[in-house]
Design a protein around this ligand. Sequence first.
Ligand code: PHB
Length: 385
Amino acid sequence: MNLFKITLITAAALATSVASAQGAKLKVGLMLPATGTFAALGTAIENGFKLYVAEQGGKLGGREIEYVKVDDESDPSKATDNVNKLVKRDNVDVIIGTVHSGVAMAMARVAKESGTLLIVPNAGAGAVTGPMCSPNIFRSSFSNWQPGFAMGEVVAKKGHKRVVTITWKYAAGDESVAGFKEAYTKGGGQVVKELSLPFPGVEFQALLTEIASLKPDAVYTFFAGGGAVKFVKDYAAAGLKKSIPLYGAGFLTDGTLEAQGADADGLLTTLHYADGLNTPRDNKFRTAYATTYKLQPDVYAVQGYDAAQMLGIGLAATKGDVSKKAEFAAALRKAKIDSPRGPFTLSRNHDPVQDFYLREVGGKINKSIGIASKNLSDPGKGCNM
Ligand code: PHB
């Protein structure tokens, strides 16, 4: 290496350490949906993230936070360009995003290649913490496999023998159904038909007619956001709610109950959050969120809040220096994250190891009626690190 190069590298290293030592602002890239079927989910994540930062006086690891935002539209075809805007144009220190699994996979690819820190506050794609796992990639949410697996055990124990599944045809739907099927068939059940439609379609009518003619003992579904609102309403309008019990990953009824109204009453779902947990930690969070935003929090708000907590833990350990990746990761790997959902740790592939609540809808809330699966850990298939 020649002297010129060494001087350049030293100058760059010096610039970085001076920047963090002087407490230059930490650039956080928020890549979330602001439009489309998942728009409300993106808003809740951003609200939750900013609430935690505000509670810390606007600073994490001693550094003030500056936000750069991109609307990813939940569109995988635009995802690589969108994440590159944050990494290459805006030079962000950390990326927070996103909701949609297909978009998140493109983000993980760029994060792995560039070494940029990525915290995923929702998307459950197995690949992100599986084959694409990396020391700089973390998730504050769940893996798609988790709520599906938890519900598979519940439905098998209820004694339902024949189930039809219905979802959007993309990573999240496929993986949620696969998790369900794994536990449900192990428990003696049979999935007689797997129905799907392209994301973010809501033309459910033909599929509901097919369910009526198949007459299964129960239906398992993954839908979320605007699509979940319409599915629950259409399922009831088709007259199926009375005859064929509907079970879902909890996204089906989270952040959606105002719009679903009575059509959601009585639905059972599994998720790592519920209303009415009534713990001091959750009550404090819910009061702060409701006071700040004049809205009730949901699972997405919690995941955004916890993404900020996780960033704070890593930055506290590195005194605000994101380039100290090994120390950042080590701090998170041994952390117990004090989440409103209940405390959780991270698995070796950086996914939350957490309890899954069985929830029942009533009076426009998702009330916890017990724990469906305790300390459930994603298997992390394909992760070598
Ligand atoms: C996903 O695409 O991974 C996804 C989207 C919305 C949810 C949950 C998972 O509510």
